[in-house]
Design a protein. Structure first.
Length: 252
């Protein structure tokens, strides 16, 4: 290994391209919307965190799973999410440019339907791609929930925090890490969260319908998580019963 090899691993073309695109977007937002210090700080932190985590993930999976075109689409979505993050952070101290926020979010949500199709058509599906896609989705929902919570109330944060609470709970209760069966209902509810939060962020209708829509989205999300937790619990019970039967058979 040459002395420059560790640096080559850190400066992968994919992550370097993503960091460059993110920086360019922040510069454009700064020039067009007057992005303030809070927005710049949030955008830079997001850029560094994304670069670090993606570089680490690629190092662990390389060369078994090349980056691929689908991950390129997800990386473009992550760049847009970084822009949304910067705008939302800036909105705590200044009036947010709603039109720009809506455009960036809309494109990010549309591309969410593209990366999976690209992965399947090119035969480049991987655990890395699925995890990358999931993390980008989850963070976008979290950021949007923070933005909408400023007008509708702190309860909206439950939408963005629920997935992270589930992950934290799984560290204490390992059975929550079990595999879940494919579910169109789960995918639909997850996609609905971004659409409803975007609708609320756009502020194009009076408050009461928006409140009702966001509350309905939260109710569906609670139902979806509850259904999955119940399924995982039943699997745990069945596995425990199977272990007990095996132990009894061994004693006989």
């Amino acid at each position: 290994m040459t002395p420059s090899a560790p640096y080559a691993r850190l400066l992968r073309p994919e992550t370097a391209t993503g960091a460059g695109a993110q920086t360019l977007l922040l510069v454009l937002l700064g020039g067009t919307t007057g992005l303030g210090p809070a927005g710049w700080l949030a955008g830079v932190v997001f850029t560094v965190a994304t670069w670090a985590m993606l570089t680490r993930a690629l190092r662990r999976s390389w060369p078994r799973h090349p980056f691929g075109p689908a991950n390129g689409v997800t990386l473009a979505r992550a760049t847009l999410v970084g822009g949304v993050t910067a705008l939302v952070a800036d909105s705590f101290v200044s009036r947010p440019p709603v039109a720009v926020l809506v455009v960036l979010t809309t494109v990010a949500l549309v591309l969410d339907a593209v990366d999976g199709q690209v992965a399947r058509r090119t035969g480049t599906e991987s655990a890395l791609g699925a995890r990358f896609d999931m993390e980008v989705d989850a963070f976008l929902i979290l950021v949007l929930s923070v933005h909408v919570a400023m007008s509708l109330g702190a309860w909206v944060l439950l939408i963005g925090a629920m997935r992270y609470v589930f992950v934290a709970a799984a560290r204490v209760l390992p059975w929550l890490n079990g595999p879940l069966p494919p579910s169109m209902a789960r995918k639909t509810v997850a996609a609905l969260q971004g659409i409803v939060l975007l609708f609320a962020a756009a502020r194009i209708v009076p408050g009461l319908p928006v409140y009702a829509a966001v509350l309905g989205a939260l109710a569906l999300l609670v139902w979806s998580f509850g259904r999955d937790i119940r399924w995982l619990w039943r699997v745990r019970i069945r596995e425990s019963a199977s272990v007990v039967r095996e132990m009894k058979n061994e004693r006989v």
